[in-house]
Design a protein around this ligand. Structure first.
Ligand code: FAD
Ligand code: DLZ
Ligand code: SF4
Length: 507
């Protein structure tokens, strides 16, 4: 009796667990379905990227002699649900068993668990740390700090290790990093891919079916197969990796990509494996092509942060996305969907998100995330926004970054302090303030940078929680030393600002 082998849209890896078990006669099931394409209103480029990559992956599988039952979104027989498509294909082919690779989201894991057909969910071993390993590492620890987990992962994989010691003698070279960007640098940006016939057809489909989702569909220039993804990796290593370390926290007007790799869409969808990316980076260092602080900084993002975030998502359980320890309940303002704003940093971050379904880490954390947190926005709405707008967004990685790292809604599981800043940090790391009609140097008054007002207002509102925090508590000394009138003005002006925001008026 044939078995069904399920391959989801972010499981496009030829050696993924479920596919390794495929035997002659088995049917591989892939399905474009409305359920997945609309659990949030994904950016059109995200849907197009995934559908085009799925179609090309299915063709590759067929090229290897495998049988693929592929449902296109506009197939009239399509039930528009992953579960529904499995049941339909099971009836069609007389199958009574499904082999799946565990999905990256509790929602789909639950759907597969309760389907009226036997579904075996195999561990997703594209990740370098299993659920059991992460749980064992976390067991009994008071704090789950990424740095300690990362060191274990370096030891486990041997990446950038010299026997038992880290390459160069240190685990972390961040003191050589965090430089502001220089506008005079000529940067190549990632390679662009002209849509071929398959991608062009998908673009038309997405245009017709998702006309109201936030984000520009065209020009679309992502790679949509492994060959293209490998080209992006090679390009990054040859042209950007060496400068990645020093400039990874920098932001620059009208330069959405800087020295970032733009590899997350490909790694997360399965077109590249995290291990091969880290190995390629370690090789570039060993060959003397890139500096150690860049190679280490990059490998830490994948071997450390990426694996750690997935570990947290599965350790913390399905209720993680509804956490809200700070009790924030403000609606996310229209400027997150391109509404008018005078705040140049937000206009830049949201504008490039609209155009490319991409923003780099510091923009996500210190511009859009920082503002939502300071303004007291509902973390669930913030979570849904991030899940919608980024081409690389899947809940296992997005939620711990948003609910945990960015919004502190998990009460400090991911971060030991909230990532908040006034305009000063943004001015130091970017050239946005030079092009802004607010004044970053003004702390109060009509032109005062809103981050300056909201920063103190946030800290004052949450004094009880953060005063005793060893990493941020001392800041209250500065607040207390301010003149009482000045403190009052800051709070009054912050309240006025938030009232304007709530009224839906441009800020
Ligand atoms: P680079 O800067 O070139 O980094 C290299 C790689 O490291 C990335 O491709 C990614 O695989 C990995 N990485 C770096 N930081 C993280 C991190 N914090 N967590 C997990 N992986 C990381 N990343 C996603 O893949 N999907 C998301 O939905 C997502 N949402 C985020 C939301 C917020 C609020 C924040 C602060 C971060 C989020 N990140 C997310 C992490 C990070 O911003 C992106 O991985 C990165 O911007 C992707 O672009 P890049 O490939 O050019 O990354
Ligand atoms: C994100 C996404 C979208 C937009 N569409 C599909 C789809 O039509 N079919 C599919 O198999 N997967 C899709 N995905 C990816 C899934 O949502 C993803 O597998 C889960 O969120 C788990 O990470
Ligand atoms: Fe952003 Fe304030 Fe700088 Fe304007 S002045 S770009 S609002 S940080």
């Amino acid at each position: 009796m044939p078995r069904l082998i399920l391959v989801l849209g972010d499981q496009l890896s030829h050696d993924i667990a479920a596919l390794r078990e495929a035997e002659p006669g088995d049917i591989i099931v892939m399905a474009e379905v409305m359920d997945e394409a609309s659990y949030v209103r994904h950016h059109p480029q995200k849907i197009a990227f995934l559908f085009a990559a799925m179609r090309k992956f299915a063709a590759e599988l067929r090229g290897k002699g495998l049988t693929v039952a592929y449902s296109t979104l506009d197939d009239p027989e399509n039930s528009q649900k992953i579960g529904g498509e499995l049941l339909r294909r099971a009836a069609e082919h007389g199958a009574s068993e499904v082999i799946a690779t565990e999905p990256g989201e509790w929602r789909l894991i639950t759907i597969l668990t309760y389907l009226p057909i036997t579904v075996h969910q195999r561990p997703d071993d594209r990740f370098l740390s299993s659920h059991a390993e992460f749980a064992a590492w976390a067991e009994g620890r008071k704090e789950l700090r990424m740095e300690w987990f990362y060191r274990e992962m370096r030891r486990k994989t041997g990446l950038l290790m010299d026997g038992d010691t880290p390459e160069g003698g240190q685990w972390n070279y961040d003191h050589d990093n965090r430089k502001p960007a220089r506008a005079d640098l000529l940067r190549q940006g990632p390679p662009r891919f002209e849509p071929d016939a398959v991608t062009a057809e998908v673009l038309d489909l997405v245009e017709a079916r998702f006309p109201d989702n936030f984000g520009r569909l065209r020009p679309f220039s992502y790679a949509t197969d492994r060959k293209g993804a490998l080209k992006v990796l090679r390009h990054f290593i040859d042209h950007s990796l060496d400068e990645f370390g020093p400039y990874q926290d920098a932001m620059l007007q009208d330069d959405p990509f800087l020295h970032h790799s733009i590899l997350s869409p490909y790694i997360n969808a399965g077109l590249l494996s995290p291990r091969e990316v880290c190995e390629a980076v370690a090789r570039a260092y060993a060959d003397g092509k890139v500096r150690l602080n860049s190679a280490e900084g990059y490998i830490r993002q994948i071997l450390g942060w990426r694996e750690y975030m997935r570990g947290i998502y599965f350790l913390e359980g399905p209720d993680y996305t509804s956490r809200n320890v700070l009790g924030h309940d403000r609606d996310l303002p229209p400027l997150y969907w391109g509404g008018k704003t005078r705040m140049n940093c937000l206009a830049q971050a949201v504008g490039q998100t609209r155009d490319h379904a991409y923003a780099h880490h510091i923009q996500r954390l210190m511009i859009t995330g920082n503002f939502a947190l300071l303004a007291g926005c509902d973390p669930h709405q913030v979570h849904e926004w991030y899940l919608e707008v980024y081409v690389d967004a899947y809940e296992w990685v997005e939620a711990p970054n948003v609910i945990g790292m960015s919004q502190f809604a998990d009460g400090g599981v991911v971060g030991s302090k909230p990532y908040v800043s006034s305009g000063n940090y943004i001015n130091k790391m970017s050239d946005y303030c030079k092009h802004c009609s607010y004044k970053v140097s003004a702390k109060t008054g009509k032109d005062a940078c809103p981050f300056n007002l909201l920063y103190w207002d946030f800290l004052a509102r949450h004094r009880e929680r953060f005063e005793g925090n060893p990493r941020i508590g001392r800041i209250y000394g500065t607040w207390d030393r301010m003149d009482a009138d000045r403190r009052k003005t800051i709070r009054t002006e912050a309240a006025d600002f938030l009232r304007t925001l709530d009224a839906g008026d441009p800020v």
